[in-house]
Design a protein around this ligand. Structure first.
Ligand SMILES: NC(=O)c1ccc[n+]([C@@H]2O[C@H](COP(=O)([O-])OP(=O)(O)OC[C@H]3O[C@@H](n4cnc5c(N)ncnc54)[C@H](OP(=O)(O)O)[C@@H]3O)[C@@H](O)[C@H]2O)c1
Length: 338
């Protein structure tokens, strides 16, 4: 007897905001995704600062004329069913919308650190909106470009662990720059190459100022259960003019220069900082290459020797893969409950 074919599930509808380095890689990955009958995905609309393209639906035409291209793409998701907004921009204005979208029943998957790594009030608004509305916020791409950092912290906390300290090389772009800069070319040339390779922020000044790492440390600290305000993190900017001398100092000392973020929790006292450090060869953070992120986590069970997580932490490919992971997790969760 032949099996009765199961009815094909309604597709999960996706609006993609941002069609730059990460957004384009995400779109390609989505198209390459072999459409599983159980989790079909449909890219309904995509927007950048210049236009909004709607695929095979006329809903965007009914969007209020005054809204921007991003909101038109979100409007094209329509109502009902599983709908996901993928934010692949570095827009403050869109990060400010995350909580509102969650509240409206839309899931949000983001590469932008400006939602959870921005002001504390925005982080709180996101958490309470998704709790109230029962929607999900996929943030795997924000720190470590999909490495299991946030997931591990949350799993440890869910198991009752207290996080005592976190230390990490959190910027793949700065790790790449420090590994490559050998004095043969001006530092600015290396920054240009890192940007062209898709390793830096849209504005590489955000990497060099340390702001990008500040946001990542805020996201990790908040996931670890610490209510950290932005200005608590002391951040040292990376000054291109001083780089040759700093690298030479580290070489003479037999160490490795790295841009390191640290969070230390002493009772109620939180210390958070990010800056250049000369790491001894035996330091757990001193290994890895190219764009690798390396993070050490100390908690109740890993008091003496930390849990170490390492791997590529920048680039369009790994970031887009992390976005798709989060989209699939939401789609599969919805399929299980429907
Ligand atoms: N590159 C990485 O390795 C990496 C890793 C992890 C996370 N991220 C994050 O991924 C995000 C995107 O980075 P990227 O390198 O792809 O940047 P990008 O190449 O500069 O692309 C940004 C895109 O966002 C669009 N955009 C900006 N503001 C918008 C708005 N208000 N409405 C609609 N679209 C808007 C831009 O539109 P136009 O095309 O019209 O300018 C552009 O298409 C950033 O938040 C970054 O921090 C990147």
């Amino acid at each position: 007897m032949s099996a009765v074919p199961r009815p094909r599930a309604a597709p999960v509808r996706i609006a993609l905001l941002g069609t730059g380095t990460v957004g384009t890689a995400f779109r390609e990955r989505l198209h390459a995704w072999r459409d599983e009958p159980r989790t079909p995905l449909a890219l309904v609309a995509e927007a950048n600062t210049r236009t909004c393209r709607v695929h095979g639906a006329a809903t965007a035409a009914r969007a209020p004329v005054a809204v921007g291209f991003a909101e038109r793409a979100v409007h094209a998701l329509g109502s009902g069913g599983t709908r996901i907004v993928v934010d692949a921009t570095a827009s403050e204005a869109l990060a400010e919308c995350h909580a509102g979208w969650l509240e409206r029943g839309l899931h949000v998957v983001t590469a932008s650190k400006l939602g959870q790594g921005g002001p504390w009030s925005r982080w709180e608004a996101i958490v309470s909106a998704r709790t109230r509305a029962g929607t999900r916020y996929g943030d795997s791409a924000t720190v470590g470009a999909g490495l299991p950092l946030l997931r591990s912290l949350r799993d440890l906390r869910a198991a009752g662990e207290r996080i005592h300290a976190i230390a990490g090389v959190l910027s793949g772009s700065l790790a790449w720059l420090l590994a490559r800069h050998d004095g043969s070319r001006p530092f600015a040339d290396w920054v240009g190459e890192a940007h062209a390779r898709g390793y830096t922020e849209p504005d590489p000044g955000q990497d060099l100022s340390g702001e990008d790492v500040r946001r990542k440390l805020l996201i990790l600290a908040r996931a670890a259960g610490h209510a950290l305000a932005c200005d608590i993190v002391q951040v040292e900017p990376l000054l291109p003019a001083a780089m040759a001398a700093r690298l030479e100092e580290a070489r003479i000392a037999g160490g490795r220069l790295a841009y390191v973020a640290r969070l230390q929790c002493d009772g109620d006292r939180l210390l958070a900082r990010a800056g250049l450090e000369c790491l001894a060869p035996g330091d757990p953070l001193a290994h890895g290459g190219e764009t690798d992120n390396r993070v050490a986590i100390w908690c109740d069970r890993y008091r003496e020797r930390p849990l170490l997580i390492q791997g590529p932490g920048a680039g369009a490919g790994v970031t887009a893969a992390a976005l798709l992971d989060d989209v699939l997790a939401i789609a599969r969760g919805a399929a299980l409950t429907s």
